[in-house]
Design a protein around this ligand. Structure first.
Ligand SMILES: Nc1ncnc2c1ncn2[C@@H]1O[C@H](COP(=O)(O)OP(=O)(O)OP(=O)(O)O)[C@@H](O)[C@H]1O
Length: 354
């Protein structure tokens, strides 16, 4: 039996990425090609991409599309994220968005390392050569969609729910930071909810492994949504000594603060309601804005938590460890019945029972 289990496990490990096509002279492919991926253990062995039947489009992101797929052999449902490689200097604005081999390699490298109940699981990775090359991630299907969609449907969340969201995201970050991984893109559309109401961190497209030399792409051109959650030291490293911030973990904490406040006020909180969300307004709100719009009704614990996350000086900002002990997260989770300090269960049941 042990042998059988071992063999099945090895089959899953055989999924590998053939070398990508050679980069063109204009390609920004400076890092090694994507390496064979060894995803964490999976209940189903997904050997062939052709075993997955596309059922629907779940969403579009920067560089790819996410499909709901059916694995015919096991009858399981997965999410298939397909990233298209940019092999040429594509100046055609009408062409679909594409990513570099470098970015794809980084995402695959990180997914191969992580295995936590607070992170969306990756079951397998495939590389295809169709249409210039694609990298396909077979992911755990998160039936409840994203926190972004939940916020659009519910506008605002209660402090109890926000506290539990914050706890799960911080626990995911605690795990990632312990593995020396900076997520770099914590925002509502990257926090996904499953059928049990559990919330998990997804999308490692701009993540980086500290000390590996592969720096996350913090370019703000054309990614306003993402920039909106970036910390002052990332947006304006000169003013906020961002270059001294060697690891970047504090930037993830800032993003948690923005998400938490957004969940309470029901809109992006660092620029005024109705204000045009252009680049200048964002820079001002992130780097210079001194007053946070926190509703009168917010509890002192909520205020204090948000202030510890949204401390502009990254050296003074709360750490993940500190915030996990904060009364906004800690006390509430010991008094609520459906979430414990270690479990992620039943967090966002409202996503299904609106
Ligand atoms: N595992 C999943 N299960 C269910 N839906 C998913 C899953 N992964 C992604 N999605 C859906 O697909 C959408 C696109 O995801 P993707 O990670 O490609 O981009 P994004 O995070 O929305 O944007 P960006 O790439 O700009 O960060 C998500 O917003 C979500 O609604």
């Amino acid at each position: 039996m042990t042998l059988v289990r071992k063999r099945r496990h090895q089959q899953a490990l055989r999924l590998s990425l053939p070398p990508p096509p050679p980069p063109s002279s204009t390609d920004d492919f400076h890092s090694p090609p994507p390496q064979p991926v060894t995803p964490p253990t999976s209940p189903d062995i997904i050997e062939n991409l052709s075993d997955l039947k596309k059922l629907a489009v779940l969403g579009h992101g920067n560089g790819g599309t996410v499909y709901k797929v059916h694995h015919q052999r096991s009858s399981s449902i997965y999410a298939l994220k397909v990233l298209r490689f940019n092999n040429q200097n594509n100046n055609n604005a009408a062409a679909p968005m594409m990513i570099s081999h470098q970015a794809a390699a980084r995402e695959a490298e990180i997914l191969k390392r992580v295995d936590s109940q607070f992170i969306v699981k990756c079951h397998a990775v495939f590389h295809t050569i169709s249409g210039g090359g694609e990298l396909c991630f077979v992911m755990e299907h998160m039936e409840g969609g994203s926190l972004y969609e939940a916020l659009r449907a519910h506008e605002k969340l209660s402090e109890d729910v926000i506290s539990r969201v914050a706890q799960c995201v911080l626990k995911g970050l605690q795990y990632l930071h312990g593995m020396k991984i900076v997520h770099g893109d914590i925002k509502p559309s990257n926090l996904l909810i499953n059928a049990k109401g559990e919330i998990k961190i997804a999308d490692f497209g701009v993540s980086r492994i500290v000390g590996s030399g592969n720096v996350g792409n913090a370019s703000c051109e054309g990614c306003m949504g993402t920039c909106a959650y970036m910390s002052p030291e990332r947006v304006d490293p000169e003013r906020w000594d961002g270059d001294d911030n060697a690891d970047g973990f504090a930037g993830d904490v800032w993003s948690v603060g923005v998400v938490v406040l957004e969940c309470l006020v029901g809109h992006y909180p660092l620029i005024g309601m109705g204000e045009k969300p252009d680049w200048a307004a964002l820079i001002w709100g992130i780097c210079f804005g001194e007053r946070l719009e926190i509703p009168e009704s917010a509890s002192p614990e909520f205020r204090s938590f948000v202030w510890r996350c949204l401390e502009k000086d990254w050296r003074k900002r709360g750490s993940v460890e500190e915030l996990l002990q904060h009364p906004f997260v800690n006390n509430r989770c010991f008094t609520t019945s459906c979430a414990s300090a270690t479990s992620n269960h039943g967090l966002l049941d409202f996503a299904f029972h609106a």
